[in-house]
Design a binder for this molecule. Structure first.
Ligand SMILES: [Zn+2]
Length: 352
């Protein structure tokens, strides 16, 4: 089973994916990239009206289906206000703390398609001017974008094509260390997206017939709560969200194993399906952690909320410092890739 995970290939693809900006609401370029990736492999897919991708592999059993989803949208921002001081006020897209982006390089995507560079800073950053700079609250009032253009006022800004409503993406700063860590923004959930793409490639290249018809859904609105809650074929019985495991005090999840979620803010995941995942991990000696995420919802819980009658579960790689300077280890990606493979080739959960 070791061959389901190609380390170099996975890291290379992940690096390409995190470097394509895709804040929720501005995912056309990344979806096009993924579409081309699938087409090159000869995998058919459909695009939803919301802009997501669904690729379907017909299985031995075409009556009961499975669906696995990962989301490719990320945190980001939008220009809220063009300020008279020649800087920009931001509105958040998705949930994060302002201090998690302070000092970050960013790109402003104008309506005409220009990409203008900038830096996200506190207005009162210079310690040579603002005595209490360190104590001021990091919020939308004080955080602004310093634009790397000669702009002194709002008119200058508009003249270079920047306007309210333009998307702003944060630099990912993707780095792989010799010790096997992958540091980058947006590992949530581009790490899982990469693993799903690699799994599809593996199935296609090796001509594997899955036991059940299986849909792979690359969603593009998870960070704002409604990524995978539509376009679910009615034959779908099992619905798996492949998304990050949350790490912190009291959490079992770590950066070296696959994290299976028993419960998050939305409530418990489907008991039997979750047990099935745990049993598969045990059987195949895949390093895993079973955990509860305190402040968390997934596309699987969004699907349940939207009224779909499916068994839902959630697992994925452990991501340190989520929605900020994220990090995981290659071991966690490997364990997740292995659990994905043994799951899609396993028998469905049976009712007692
Ligand atoms: Zn996520």
């Amino acid at each position: 089973m070791n061959d389901v995970f190609y380390k170099e290939d996975t890291i290379d693809l992940l690096g390409r994916i995190v470097n394509i900006p895709s804040p929720s609401g501005y995912t056309k370029t990344i979806i096009k990239f993924i579409g081309e990736y699938l087409s090159d492999l000869g995998i058919d897919y459909k695009k939803t009206n919301k802009g997501a991708i669904i690729a379907t592999f017909i299985g031995e059993d075409n009556e009961s289906h499975r669906l696995l989803t990962a989301h490719v949208d990320t945190l980001g921002a939008m220009v809220k206000e063009v300020k008279s001081n020649g800087r920009l006020k931001l509105a958040m897209v998705g949930g994060f703390n302002w201090n998690a982006v302070e000092g970050e390089y960013c790109t402003i995507h104008t309506a005409s398609g220009k990409k203008i560079r900038g830096t996200i800073l506190m207005h009162e950053t210079s310690v040579h001017v603002y005595a209490k700079a360190g104590e001021i609250k990091r919020d939308e009032k004080h955080i602004e974008v310093r634009i790397d253009e000669k702009v002194k006022n709002s008119e200058d800004i508009r003249n270079i094509g920047i306007n309210v409503g333009d998307f702003v993406s944060f630099d990912p700063r993707f780095e792989v260390t010799e010790s096997g860590f992958i540091k980058s923004r947006h590992l949530d959930d581009k790490a899982s997206t990469t693993l799903l793409l690699q799994l599809m490639k593996y199935i296609k290249v090796n001509n594997i017939k899955l036991p059940y018809t299986t849909h792979f859904y690359i969603s593009n609105n998870e960070e704002i709560g409604y990524g995978g809650n539509s376009n679910i074929p009615e034959q779908v019985v099992e619905y798996i969200a492949v998304d990050m495991g949350a790490i912190g005090d009291g959490q079992a999840t770590d950066e070296y194993t696959v994290s299976i979620c028993a419960k998050d803010s939305s409530g418990p995941y489907h008991y039997d399906l979750t047990r099935h995942l745990v049993n598969l991990a045990e059987q195949h000696k895949i390093d895993y952690k079973l955990d509860i995420y305190p402040y968390y919802g997934s596309d699987a819980s969004a699907a349940i909320r939207a009224g779909f009658d499916v068994k839902h579960a959630l697992f994925g790689p452990g991501i340190e410092s989520s929605h900020a300077y994220e990090r995981t280890h290659i071991d966690s990606l490997k364990a997740t890739a292995q659990l994905l493979y043994v799951y899609v080739t396993s028998a469905m959960v049976k009712e007692d």
